[in-house]
Design a protein around this ligand. Structure first.
Ligand code: BDR
Ligand code: CA
Length: 320
């Protein structure tokens, strides 16, 4: 039976790539895609979620949740890697829906409708998840698992020397989710950083006459340019897609139970994830953390799952 998931995301090119797979993967049933501000403003993230779903047009459209501003505002955005609009500056047509429910309400409703069955795959700041848990305090116990892309265990951050982007964007919400009584998996930057997709990826992507092939061939080239210009990398990171792989292919990852929390203050350390790794820890273990992955196999799985998604999504309408 397909695993019920809510994808909470801030597209973002790597979020978009993860959605390409998730929306069509036969092992997943995407109940909802909830937008959150991060790589772009909340409004733009909401629009981008609709753009992606509209471009890919899955047979069963998921619910969509609208993002709103985090309580402290967004301190940064991801335009240096994703472009001003989060999707590489490609002007896709979109039929925007009116009167979307707030993301946190969608999360609450979907989890309540299928208690103990829903995995929340959190690919952006944890604003919506924290708000859903605040709105319905019983919710953490009703979620099957929250899988989060974020934080670092022992490596540097990527938005400050200490902090990873998603956690830095809303550290107070991240702390609330880390401390919530639900089953969690964290896929941190230390691990996601290891997968770098190189330019020869284009030879292995689905053909341009498929919906998926067309979409990814539009949004990935700007990501390659931005990674080269801003990170000096001849390849791209796809943190969110790696996190999704940990849901679809858990056998490719090694996890360890750890005790983690988030620094919510500090001139230099705001948004840093802190783990009690002392010889004799005193913090209670509160999450499973991905510590290793079989990197080459994960990259192959991403490419293979995109091909599967392309089959399920079918050809572009223009080519029918
Ligand atoms: C995370 O930050 C965002 O820029 C990416 O979409 C990913 O979710 C990586 O630190
Ligand atoms: Ca993201």
């Amino acid at each position: 039976m397909a695993r019920k998931v809510i994808v909470d995301c801030d597209p973002g090119i790597d979020d978009a790539l993860a959605l390409c797979i998730a929306l069509f993967d036969p092992r997943l049933e995407v109940l909802a895609v909830t937008a959150v501000g991060g790589n772009t403003s909340p409004e733009r993230a909401t629009l981008n979620v609709q753009t992606i779903i509209g471009q890919l047009d899955p047979k069963r459209w998921p619910r969509v949740g609208a993002a709103s501003e985090p309580d402290g505002g967004l301190p940064v955005d991801g335009r240096y890697l994703c472009g001003v609009d989060g999707l590489g500056g490609i002007e896709f047509a979109v039929a925007e829906r009116q009167h979307l429910l707030p993301s946190e309400k969608v999360i609450c409703d979907q989890v309540r409708a299928a208690p103990h069955q829903v995995t929340i795959v959190a690919l952006g700041p944890l604003t919506n998840i924290a708000r859903a848990f605040a709105r319905d305090p019983e919710l953490p116990t009703l979620v099957d698992r929250v899988v989060m892309m974020g934080g670092t265990v022992s490596g540097p951050g990527n938005i400050t020397p200490a902090a990873e982007f998603n956690i830095y964007c809303d550290p107070v919400s991240a702390r609330a989710v880390f401390r919530a009584h639900c089953t969690k998996t964290l896929v941190p930057l230390d691990v996601t950083n290891r997968a770098v997709l190189s330019y020869d990826l284009f030879n292995r992507l689905p053909e341009e006459n498929t919906r998926i092939g067309y979409f990814v061939r539009q949004v990935l080239p700007p990501a390659f340019r931005a990674h080269r210009q801003n990170l000096g990398l001849e390849g791209i990171h796809v943190h969110d897609t790696v996190a999704l792989m940990s849901v679809i292919h858990p056998d490719l990852f090694t996890t360890r139970e750890m005790a983690g929390d988030v620094e919510t203050q500090g001139d230099l350390t705001m948004g840093m994830t802190v783990f009690d790794r002392r010889r004799v820890p005193s913090w209670r273990r509160n999450m499973e953390v991905a510590v290793e992955m079989r990197t080459e196999e994960v990259v192959d799985a991403i490419i293979g799952d995109l091909a599967t998604a392309a089959e399920y999504a079918g050809p572009r309408l223009a080519d029918l």
